[in-house]
Write a protein that binds this ligand. Structure first.
Ligand SMILES: Nc1ncnc2c1ncn2[C@@H]1O[C@H](COP(=O)(O)OP(=O)(O)OP(=O)(O)O)[C@@H](O)[C@H]1O
Length: 240
């Protein structure tokens, strides 16, 4: 579903990514992890069509990426909800703007993430975790073939973050897609991903791709995930 061939990107003199080769399958969940500044967000923005690579090729569903596509959704660290629109109206935004079908799914999606009954609330009446759940529904209503997520839970407290990771696991089991998740959290990566791409420090290169050979549903800290976490800590040079 996503293919990157020898993708490099520089911002002026700053070489952010070099020679990235990566393929993500139709229903595959790939996490990208690496030290701060190694180019994780740049990689995601390239796949989203928000940046054009300095060299190399990127394709989604067999077509070169030249601009943002409506079947590719992007979720960032902050939910970026419109404050004057209700929960339901925020979820429906892509349907209205892109003139897509599927408005009837909004209630179903809100129920899927535990927000049934909150349709008429305004964003400021919700906790950070609930707001990010609304952002997740807004991504899903677009019926994307590809979901790109840039540290979507990193602004949340630890407990909410765990809850939302579990929720994302459930959503991916029910509505599988190609997902690329950028995260700093080793635990989140091993819980959610089929494969984890470890980038080396600047310029970011694929240092290693680690498989998570544990069936789903998975639980945080589950036996088997520990081994993968340890391997990742070693690769990232984390000592704890
Ligand atoms: N618009 C820009 N202009 C110039 N340099 C940039 C720009 N965006 C990113 N960079 C640089 O490119 C490199 C990669 O940045 P990027 O944000 O992709 O890293 P990251 O791995 O996502 O970092 P973090 O984990 O801290 O979010 C960094 O050195 C950054 O300073």
């Amino acid at each position: 579903m996503i293919e990157l061939h020898q993708v490099s990107h520089s911002f002026g003199d700053v070489e952010a990514l070099a020679g990235i080769d990566l393929a993500v399958g139709e229903h595959e969940f790939v996490a990208v992890i690496g030290r701060s500044g190694c180019g994780k967000s740049t990689l995601l923005r390239l796949v989203a069509g928000l940046l054009t690579p300095t060299s190399g090729r990127i394709a989604v569903a067999g077509e070169p990426v030249v601009r943002p596509r409506r079947d590719v959704s992007v979720m960032f660290q902050r939910p970026a909800l419109l404050p004057w629109r209700s929960v339901l109206a925020n979820v429906l935004l892509p349907v209205e703007v892109l003139r897509l079908p599927g408005a009837h799914q909004a209630h179903e999606l809100l129920e899927l993430v535990g927000l049934a009954g909150f349709e008429k609330r305004l964003p400021h009446e919700l906790s950070g975790g609930m707001q990010q759940r609304v952002a997740l529904c807004r991504s899903l209503i677009q019926q994307p073939r590809v979901m790109l997520m840039d540290e979507p839970f990193s602004a949340l407290d630890a407990l909410t973050r765990e809850e939302l990771s579990q929720e994302l696991q459930r959503v991916q089991l029910e509505l599988p897609r190609a997902v690329v998740l950028v995260t700093h959290s080793i635990e989140e990566a091993v819980l959610l991903a089929d494969r984890i791409v470890v980038l080396s420090p600047r310029p970011g290169r694929v240092h290693r791709v680690v498989e998570v050979p544990v069936p789903r549903p998975r639980a945080l800290g589950q036996a088997g995930l520990d081994d993968v976490s340890r391997e990742l800590r070693g690769l990232l040079g984390v000592t704890a």
